[in-house]
Design a protein around this ligand. Structure first.
Ligand code: 1HN
Length: 354
């Protein structure tokens, strides 16, 4: 049966929407195409944080608040399109944490999983479930969901790292729990430093270990080993047109991403290399650890070009083309929600021919 309208239907419709609204009902047809878009519509914008420009702010924060009072002295990297939401992408948190010599960040645990990517300094440790790891620039360190963790700086200078958390996924699912401790003391050391790396980081796996977390049991992927692998592979001069030489940080027990909710990668772009335009549904945070270059993000008149060097951080939104060009041999760390999207069958990518 087809309906023919012979008069102006709009007032009747508005009246109807008003009446059903009182009963918490709404017409889908008014919002369908905002909800189900033909292609991804991103709420975030590309942005670059230059480390040298924000380092004074980190140091000033140290004059204004102690690590103890702050619990974690972190400056949040806020996507400019989403101020006040503590989002670097729609699903992920990014922030820079600074800890001074003699300070500790007391033990706590939460269901949000965290990564640390070390930018500056040495002499600070992170402890996870009673094992410490001392961190150095370029190290990728994991705090799995619901594990006790604390940090301490026993070195001589400030130490800074990037914190990445799956916070907004946990928020979406309304699955956040946290617990603090009532002491200001570091957590007890119950396993020797290097224990996890020895058991799980040497292409060997213990039998009968009872380890059942979905997160990698290796909790520090040290940069000296990562870099050695990249340098060795570079000799073969085999490059992905879209990624250069790119590797994912893997959980040795499962082959999955090291953190189930946050995909992490390391990537080498040799001097002069220019990647072909690439886009995916995973908004991605990039960090330069070595070298320098530029990234072109977007297309046509709206394209942005970011020039980056060591410790700079930038974000590429979902379904936005990006091409990188290395001015010198460059190493990039990156993190995104790609692994979650893959598991849900949502991940898509497009590789432009060159
Ligand atoms: C957190 O627990 C840490 O443990 C760092 O170092 C950053 C950002 C939001 C929520 C919890 C840490 C964090 C955080």
């Amino acid at each position: 049966m087809s309906v023919q309208f012979t008069h102006n239907i709009d007032p009747a419709r508005r009246d109807f929407y008003g009446r059903i609204g009182e009963r918490h009902l709404a017409p889908l047809w008014q919002v369908l195409h905002k909800l189900v878009t033909a292609t991804p519509e991103t709420a975030i914008v590309p942005h670059l944080w230059r480390y040298d420009a924000l380092r004074p702010d980190l140091l000033e924060a140290c004059e204004l608040i102690t690590a103890k009072e702050a619990e974690r002295r972190v400056l949040v990297l806020e996507n400019p399109a989403l101020p006040g939401e503590s989002r670097i992408t729609k699903s992920l948190f990014g922030g820079l944490q600074i800890i001074l010599p003699g300070e500790i960040a007391a033990p706590h645990r939460h269901t949000q999983a965290a990564l640390r990517f070390v930018l500056e300094g040495e002499g600070a440790y992170t402890s996870v479930d009673g094992e410490r790891t001392f961190m150095r620039p370029g190290d990728f360190v994991i705090t799995p969901s619901w594990t006790w963790h604390d940090h301490g700086n026993v070195g001589n200078g400030p130490m800074v790292w990037l914190d990445g958390l799956d916070m907004h996924m946990v928020k979406l699912f309304e699955a956040s729990f946290r617990e603090g401790s009532d002491t200001d003391l570091p957590s007890a050391v119950v396993r020797p430093e290097g224990d996890s790396e020895a058991r799980y980081g040497a292409n060997l796996l213990p039998v009968d270990d009872g380890y059942s977390r979905p997160t990698s049991p290796v909790f520090n992927y040290r940069y000296d080993r990562t870099r050695e692998a990249l340098v060795e592979m570079q000799r073969r001069e085999e490059w992905s047109l879209w990624h250069g030489l790119k590797l994912k940080y893997a959980n040795p027990k499962t082959g999955d991403y090291a953190i189930p909710t946050i995909a992490t990668f390391i990537q080498l772009l040799p001097r002069g290399f220019k990647t072909a335009p690439y886009r995916s549904t995973a908004s991605t945070v990039f960090v330069c650890i070595e070298g320098g270059g530029k990234s072109v993000i977007g297309e046509g008149a709206g394209a942005r070009t970011f020039t980056w060097g060591p410790r700079d951080i930038w974000v590429v939104p979902s379904w936005t083309f990006v091409g990188h060009e290395a001015g010198s041999d460059a190493v990039l760390f990156s993190y995104s929600d790609q692994g979650v999207q893959e598991k849900l069958g949502l991940f898509r990518e497009e590789k432009r021919p060159t």
